[in-house]
Write a protein that binds this ligand. Sequence first.
Ligand SMILES: [Zn+2]
Ligand SMILES: [Zn+2]
Length: 347
Amino acid sequence: MTCLTMPAASGGAGVRTTDEVTIALRITRAHGPPVPVFPQCAAHTDMKHDRDFDPNYGSAVELMPGLRRLTARNPGPFTFLGTNTYLLGTSRLAVVDPGPADEAHVENILKAASGAPIEAIVVSHTHVDHSPAARRLRDKTGAQIVGCGVHRAARALMENEINPLDASGDKEYTPDRQLREGDVFSAAGISLHAVETPGHTANHLCFALGGEDVLLSADHVMGWSTSIVAPPDGSMRDYMASIDKLLDRREQIYLPGHGGVINDALSHVRDLKRHRLGREAAVLRELAAAPLTIAQIVASLYADVDPALHRAAGLSVFAHLEDLAERGLVAASPALALNATFRLRSS
Ligand SMILES: [Zn+2]
Ligand SMILES: [Zn+2]
């Protein structure tokens, strides 16, 4: 979350633009109650975000032959209208990101399989909206869990630092087989190529679909909003490197962990990169005038945003500052921490 999207007025996926921040106040869907939209930086004026998405709760939607999407009913500020579970294959299946610990969703996965054996459960990263159902599905099907490694932060906690993201990590997840960069996993007649994409979490994987122009991008790249990148679980430096990694690849169709299909994906990734660099430049501009705390930077950069969201904004600013400090552009005193004072380093 480099910037903030706030709940917008009811009556559709409407957005209104303030000076820099576009505030989407609330999404109202015909099928359910309004869904608050999180503080991720959604629609800044320099980014287009696609919030036109029907989750079609309870039923799998075919996106292409042998590839279906089933959205869990866990809408929320961080999950948009719910977590996307992907079902790969036809007579045999691999299930990618089975979702939260929600028995109804697990039952819907089994219903969508309609008797076809589930051969593998594939997990992109260990956020509680993606991986907990893997264990339930394994218990019911005997399928192995393959994918990312166990949950871990991008760096060790600093002295007296409390991890503000602790509750979002699934610490009980353990894969039967961990995939690493370049590993190819085959199941249900389909091959998945693991692409390590740390940043949103340290263990995040995307999966390229063998023989197709398709990347399962999970929470690394989404169309409805930018991804949350917040220390210590996330790392802006890693995130930007993982963005560059995708720009070196050829896939043009992304299937994200939340929201709809991203077509022309490389153009979207280029916009994301430009957007993040824009936020970084804004932080540097703030510091050019005087040393500042994160709270002061947030108060200036997010002046139009509900103060209730400033804590989330602070984590995003912290991610940028941590990256800038590692690159020697910014110094923190007394130490690199959320409550530090930051200043530009003289060259
Ligand atoms: Zn996530
Ligand atoms: Zn997610």
